[in-house]
Design a protein around this ligand. Structure first.
Ligand code: F6R
Length: 256
């Protein structure tokens, strides 16, 4: 894992934006996996401002609430349209977001996995992380080999997301999420975390044992993971000074 600690979310998001911009320039037909939530908001604004060519890019989102109409302001369809897709020249047919209103959810999930395979697999997956270590909506106790499927949100995640819905009661219980096995097949994972609320989950992810109790810790088994953090999210890392030194002394050919 490459741990990149920056003073502010702005600087950490800036590095993530440069990593993605470089991929899109090197591989105009890249396949991106995308996350929602508050963490990637600035990253998407930055990408939209970079005037990149998205015409051949394909995207797959990690997750969507079940039962929320697509047009609902808190659906991840709305989130992606508002925060990224309407600002870039992506072809609508290249956008994939789980259908939280599919009549047959297991069949839909199987087709979603098949579409990822047919697109050639995900080149780079953007990830946020829950305070409990979830990636996508793979809550603690999720199978580390899981595929796209229905999951039930924990009370903690529903409480955390109540800030978007106005009340906890309004947060759906069920979601469709890419599985941990699906995420692990991306060629590269780019995890962002900001704020002290994420510090324990990040410490477990980077330095803890690999455990379904902190699902993001499985990324220790992935060959290519970059973790972009601000200082508060990094505050519980025991080897933070080492990670800073590594980053500050990267050979020029390894940077973006
Ligand atoms: C959303 C997703 C989730 C979020 C996580 C953190 O697509 O995959 O794992 O990344 O819940 O959410 P924020 O960024 O709102 O703290």
């Amino acid at each position: 894992m490459e741990i990149i600690i920056q003073p502010t979310p702005e600087e950490a998001a800036g590095i993530a934006a440069r990593i993605i911009a470089r991929l899109l320039r090197d591989k105009p037909g890249a396949v991106l996996g995308l996350a929602t939530g508050s963490t990637p908001l600035r990253l998407y604004q930055m990408l939209a401002g970079m005037k990149l060519d998205w015409s051949r890019v394909t995207t797959f989102n990690l997750d969507e609430y079940i039962g929320l109409p697509r047009e609902h302001p808190q659906s991840y369809h709305s989130f992606m349209r508002e925060n990224l897709f309407r600002h870039v020249n992506i072809a609508p047919e290249n956008i994939h977001i789980p259908d939280g209103n599919a009549a047959d959810i297991p069949a839909f999930c199987a087709v979603y996995e098949e579409r990822i395979r047919a697109a050639g697999g995900i080149d780079l997956q953007v990830l946020g992380i829950g305070g409990d270590g979830h990636i996508g909506f793979n809550e603690p106790s999720s199978s580390l080999a899981s595929r796209t499927r229905i999951k039930t949100l924990t009370p903690q995640t529903r409480r955390d997301n109540a800030r978007f819905f106005g009340s906890e009661q309004a947060v759906p219980h069920h979601v469709i999420t890419m599985g941990i096995g699906t995420i692990m097949e991306a060629r590269q994972n780019l995890l962002l975390a900001f704020g002290e609320k994420k510090a324990a989950a990040i410490a477990g992810t980077v330095e803890g044992p690999v455990t379904a109790d902190n699902p993001a810790s499985v990324l220790q088994f992935h060959p290519s993971v970059k973790v972009c953090l601000d200082e508060p999210a990094a505050c519980r890392l025991r080897r933070a000074d080492y990670y800073r030194w590594v980053f500050d002394n990267k050979p020029a050919w390894q940077t973006w």
